[in-house]
Design a protein around this ligand. Structure first.
Ligand code: GLU
Length: 374
């Protein structure tokens, strides 16, 4: 299938912009570049795509604003630069996106948010809720809080994780290089660009400067690692030069720009692997026939009204097994409510949740995005 055919089937796109694309060498924001990226994203959004922007540049912008002569080295210095710079970054995005009538939201993520199941679920739900409302989430690592030891460290990895969490179809890395080349372009400037990577083979890893290589091809290693995370989750990834005018439009038109990494063929399994097989279910929800049909045949979320019985104790964020009245397992998913709360709201309409519990976190007990039919 060519790129255009693939792109025509896509809906959700994560775009990562690197510091070098949106800041000048002195750390101050490169407004021309930011303007161009924002305009292209706004236009994608107008075409009906859902877009998440992962933007670096907080530390760079902080350095510029604080007038630092060198890049901060100590943890407190980095924290200050990041905290000052993140505000500047988001302020500028808010201003630019507003000009095109778009609403943006800031999401700052730490490693813990991804590794802790309940927090992972909150991040995931936040993305889905924002996208549902037509908002463009702007994501960065929470650099003011995440010190080196507990950091993801680079936004290539972060953007691949975001793409995986949000079940995106495509991850675009806007970089300062054209893509992955057959040799290090700094040594061999005419090294041909690799247009498509169907499989991340040892040869590709070696080109990227992975194990067994003596030469890296310009910061490629984190990008190829990001490609591994993205493609295994069913997300295609493309590396392009972010300073090429109109490059996002070129990708959407199906032009052969940059290096395209093909997604794995069985994305659902890979993507929801951890829900289905990641852990032993902590409890069981017995559901009625109507809910069973809605789940299995119509891929709907599980609402309280269809739940008949709750077995075992569990907390929100844990994996539960969903069974029919014969005890046959139909699905596994991540629950939004604890067993005690579900016991109170089972059989009720969503409008009655608040009155019964005194709060309503979600309409769904298990959202379809967090549910795997087994
Ligand atoms: N989160 C860092 C920043 O905003 C960037 C990390 C990276 O460039 O990969 O400065």
């Amino acid at each position: 299938m060519n790129r255009l055919n693939r792109i025509n089937k896509m809906k959700r796109i994560v775009i990562k912009v690197g510091t070098s694309t949106i800041t000048h060498a002195n750390g101050l924001l490169n407004l021309t570049q930011m303007e161009s990226v924002v305009r292209q994203i706004a236009d994608l959004h107008n075409q009906g795509y859902e877009v998440i922007l992962v933007s670096s540049g907080s530390i760079g912008a902080g350095i510029g604003k604080l007038g630092l002569k060198t890049r901060p080295k100590t943890i407190p210095e980095k924290q200050v630069a990041a905290a000052v710079g993140q505000g500047i970054l988001i302020h500028m995005y808010e201003k630019l996106f507003s000009e095109y009538g778009k609403i943006v939201a800031q999401i700052l993520i730490t490693k813990e948010d991804i590794h802790h199941r309940t927090r992972f679920l909150h991040v995931r739900n936040a993305f889905f809720s924002l996208l549902d409302q037509g908002v463009v989430p702007i994501v960065n690592e929470n650099d003011a809080i995440a010190v080196d030891e507990i950091k993801l460290g680079d936004n290539d990895t972060l953007s691949a994780i975001v793409a995986s969490i949000s079940e995106a179809d495509l991850l675009i890395l806007l970089s300062d290089i054209e893509g992955l080349c057959e040799a290090d372009p700094r040594i061999q400037p005419d090294a041909p660009l690799i247009h498509t990577v169907a499989e991340i083979s040892p040869h590709i890893e070696k080109l990227a400067g992975g194990a067994g290589s003596s030469l890296g091809t310009g910061g490629m290693i984190t990008k190829v690692n990001a490609a591994k995370i993205a493609t295994a989750s069913g997300t295609a990834m493309v590396i392009v030069n972010g300073s090429r005018p109109g490059v996002i439009n070129e990708i959407i038109r199906g032009d052969d720009v940059g290096t395209w990494f093909q997604e794995k063929q069985h994305p659902l399994q890979a993507r929801k692997h951890w829900i289905a097989f990641g852990s032993t279910p902590s409890g069981v929800l017995v559901i009625d026939e109507g809910a069973a049909k809605a789940l299995v045949l119509r891929q709907k979320s599980l609402l309280p009204s269809g739940i008949i019985q709750v077995n075992q104790e569990f907390r929100e964020g844990q994996i539960v097994s969903v069974v029919n009245q014969d005890g046959q397992e139909l699905a596994r998913g991540v629950t939004n409510y604890s067993s005690a709360d579900i016991d109170l709201i089972k059989g009720l309409n969503t409008s009655e949740i608040d009155g019964k519990l005194g709060y309503k976190a979600y309409d769904e007990v298990v959202h379809r995005n967090n549910l795997v039919i087994v």
